[in-house]
Ligand binder design. Structure first.
Ligand code: GLA
Length: 419
């Protein structure tokens, strides 16, 4: 019921603002048609909202590799590489500029990019000409995490500017807004601070809607206040569930496996985001990157590559573009997977897929090879189920209702199972 009312009010706002709501009320209240009309509007709103991020967003983000050094040229090169490598055709559509693009505001308060990004509209046109979409980054606070200009007090103005440039995705990072929460509530962890935080995200969501341009809204507040419970309420299409990832196995593992239990909060249009991919950045082995990718697709996580796409090894490209692996992440049922079995460093996770199939991942978190046995009955299948190993692209067979496989240190096996 809450979702119904919420979507409804958002749609009305998108169409004409408060005035239209009042007019509709006056016109239809007497005739008793108000609820019928609202139902129709609501259906349209639901259809529209589920189109945006109907499956977990895929693309590239500048932060993990380029960090504060990212330039217009790097972003264009990433767009070029998405096309030439085949990544765009594998589904990687968003080209997201993270922190450090911001320059100063002019006398009218309008934000301008800094010298690293001479013409944001031209960059958006370039990215769009490649069949890709452009993402940008800001903060509800006065400053971003890298201390560049944030959107505090300029939310509507910034949303309008982004829409004018042709932006398709906004990552909105809490950063210095924590200080505002502290100032206004005394303690940034209090209930009052939580309400102030929610209002800040909702404010930007409304500003984005008011532009009339579909812009994916990505919440980044590191999972504070169980964001998965209220992310959809403030318009989030995705929300970071943790602090920052880094290109180390221990950090990827800590973040990825901590997602157990969150599956019920993901749905089309609304995704848990355990942070961007590190695949290809050089700090992990290919087995570790395969485990990273396997875990992310089982989690129905956004797949935002974070490497230098202009310099990719064939192994990196193979990990990022395995079509059958990506299809697990992008399955239209939109269900996140969860842990179904664990014994020390050995874990089995399962993700329901459309058509009654399931993706099942076997993980070895140990620093040495391990043999893992999957009992088909543990994931809801009988002894005659069909198994396909998605990393090797080969069918495999279970014996007496079980499948046993040897997995290298920090490796993973990903199966698609059907009746
Ligand atoms: C925070 C975010 C990162 C990145 C940086 C940029 O740390 O969590 O993903 O956006 O800010 O400053």
């Amino acid at each position: 019921m809450f979702t119904f009312t919420y979507l409804l009010s958002q749609h009305i706002l998108l169409v004409e603002g408060e005035l239209l709501t009042q007019m509709l009320k006056k016109h239809f209240a007497a005739s008793g048609l108000l609820s019928l009309c609202f139902l129709a509007v609501s259906a349209a709103a639901i259809a529209q909202s589920s189109q945006l991020a109907a499956t977990p967003p895929m693309g590239w983000n500048s932060w993990n590799h380029f960090a504060e050094k990212v330039t217009d040229a790097d972003v264009r090169a990433a767009a070029d590489a998405l096309v030439s490598s085949g990544m765009r055709d594998a589904g990687y559509i968003y080209v997201n500029i993270d922190d450090t693009w911001q320059g100063k505001r002019d006398a009218n308060g309008v934000i301008h990019p800094n010298e690293k990004f001479p013409d944001m509209k031209a960059l958006a046109d370039y990215v769009h000409s490649k069949g890709l979409k452009l993402g940008i980054y800001s903060s509800p606070g006065p400053q971003t995490c890298a201390r560049y200009e944030g959107s505090y007090g300029h939310e509507e103005q910034d949303a309008k500017t982004y829409a004018e440039w042709g932006i398709d995705y906004l990552k909105y990072d809490l950063c210095s807004f924590i200080q505002i929460m502290k100032q206004e509530a005394g303690d940034e962890h209090s209930e009052k601070a939580f309400e102030i935080q929610k209002a800040a995200y909702e404010k930007m969501h409304k500003a984005l809607l008011a532009t009339g341009r579909p812009i994916v809204f990505s919440l980044c507040q590191y999972g504070w206040n169980d964001v998965w419970k209220w992310g959809p309420e403030v318009g989030g299409n995705l929300w970071r569930t943790t602090g920052d990832i880094s290109d180390h196995y221990s950090r990827m593992e800590e973040i990825g496996f901590s997602q157990a239990g969150l599956s019920k909060y993901a749905a089309p249009g609304h995704w848990n985001d355990p942070d961007m991919l590190e695949v290809g950045n050089g700090g992990m082995t290919n087995d570790e990157y395969r485990q990273h990718m396997t875990l992310w697709v089982i989690l129905a996580a956004p797949l935002l590559a974070g490497n230098d796409l202009s310099k990719m090894s064939p192994e990196t490209l193979a990990i990022l573009t395995n079509k059958e692996v990506i299809a697990v992440d992008q399955d239209k049922l939109g269900k996140q997977g969860d842990r179904v079995w664990a014994e020390g460093p050995k874990e089995i996770w399962a993700k329901p897929l459309s058509g009654g199939e399931k993706a099942v991942a076997l993980f070895n978190r140990a620093p040495d090879p391990k043999s893992i046995t999957l009992k088909l009955s543990d994931v809801g299948f009988g002894a005659n189920a069909k198994l396909r190993d998605l990393w090797t692209g080969k069918s495999v067979t279970a014996t007496n209702g079980s499948y046993t496989v040897q997995i290298p240190k920090h490796g993973a096996v990903l199966l698609r199972i059907s009746k």
